[in-house]
Design a protein. Structure first.
Length: 387
């Protein structure tokens, strides 16, 4: 009896909700932004059918843990939090593409806001794309239709590389390569970072059937060279010159690296061509080599990865091998982006590549300035041990 009464109550609630939609539809009509209206209907339907709604992602963790909405991109499927796509690592690709993905990951969890490319107020799909490429010094048009004319076409998803743009049809668009309604940034393994619609946030979604794929950067290019970024006096002459054979256990010992972590830094460094001593210096600054560390801001593990960043990289922040591997991926992309400049790569790791782009070098934040100075000093001292 109680179940029947609950169902009757749900039907009445849905009826009341539908009856009140007239003003909401009238208000949404001029802009065509019916997302909030549809969310109201969906919420009532979910409640009536006993399903939990796909809540909007208010934080980085929620955007990945609640299950990303993929309607239009994967046959209307909703990927559950435990599904394998969220554990898929970013594919290796061109270094410039890796830098694009690394930059996009910092915006995971930013709320969707139609017409905005400012993350402080929210981002829509093409605004996200424009913002990410702007962070890296490249100017793209504002709308998805215009962005679909930039770069070179990619024949199929099988040929796509991280950093490519993937386009889809959408309401009010014909869904052709020349008139797409949605765009995302491909990150590899059939996944993309995008801002889907009103009521969601920047998140990781599966890619199914894009109407077009465009490559903005050649796989061999680097965005942009370090000469475009003055170093503001911090470690101004330090560039990456990693030689795998040069790292010794004595150098690791000089940093106080625990013995069980030393081979992890060495293997990740060799895999991504990043100095293991740089990785170890970052870990010492970030966590003091504490694999279970959690910061007040929510950064986790030995490399202090934010949950959204770790999920985007397909790693566990609390697994030291995976966390070090993920940090090496990020730093490798940043080093390529900034012409091998270690200070700029460190600034991007700490403050985000958007801040490096905004200030044309190391941001004038005391925390970031001290962060870069401390790590470059540690790295210089440890490197001297190998000589």
């Amino acid at each position: 009896m109680s179940d029947m009464m609950a169902s009757v109550s749900g039907v009445r609630s849905l009826a009341d909700q539908l009856a009140s939609l007239g003003p909401a539809l009238s208000s949404a009509a001029p802009s065509g932004n019916f997302g909030a209206v549809l969310s109201q209907i969906s919420s009532q339907m979910n409640a009536l059918e006993g399903r939990a709604p796909a809540a909007a992602a208010a934080t980085t963790t929620a955007s990945l843990g609640a299950g990303a909405y993929a309607s239009g991109y994967a046959g209307g499927q909703v990927v559950s939090a435990g599904s394998s796509p969220y554990a898929a690592p970013v594919s290796s690709g061109g270094s410039a593409g890796q830098a694009v993905v690394a930059d996009a990951q910092q915006y995971l969890g930013v709320p969707y806001q139609w017409g905005s490319n400012d993350p402080s107020t929210g981002l829509d799909c093409s605004g996200l794309v424009q913002r990410v490429y702007s962070d890296l010094g490249l100017s793209l048009p504002r709308t998805s239709e215009e962005q679909a004319t930039v770069g070179t076409p990619v024949s199929s998803l099988a040929q796509a590389q991280p950093g490519d743009l993937v386009f889809f049809g959408g309401n009010g668009y014909d869904g052709t390569p020349s008139s797409p309604g949605h765009v995302g940034i491909y990150i590899g393994n059939g996944m993309m970072i995008d801002a889907p619609r009103s009521g969601t946030a920047v998140q990781i979604d599966p890619v199914a059937n894009p109407v077009a794929i465009r490559r903005i950067l050649p796989a061999t290019s680097a965005v942009p060279a370090s000469s475009a970024y003055p170093l503001n006096g911090v470690g101004a002459t330090l560039t990456s010159s990693y030689a795998p054979a040069g790292t010794t256990s004595a150098a690791m010992d000089s940093l106080g690296v625990p013995a069980n972590l030393q081979p992890l830094f060495a293997s990740a460094g060799a895999r991504y061509n990043v100095d293991p001593l740089l990785l170890a210096s970052v870990a010492k600054q970030e966590s003091g080599f504490q694999t279970g560390a959690v910061s007040g801001a929510g950064a986790q593990g030995v490399m202090q990865l934010m949950p959204g960043t770790a999920a985007g990289l397909g790693v566990s922040a609390f697994d030291p091998a995976q966390a070090i591997d993920g940090a090496a991926q990020l730093l490798s992309g940043y080093l390529q982006s900034y012409g091998g400049s270690v200070p700029l790569a460190l600034a991007a790791y700490n403050a985000g590549p958007g801040a490096v782009s905004q200030y044309g070098g190391i941001p004038p934040y005391a925390e970031t300035q001290n962060y870069v100075s401390n790590i470059t000093s540690m790295l210089a001292s440890a490197s001297a041990v190998t000589l």
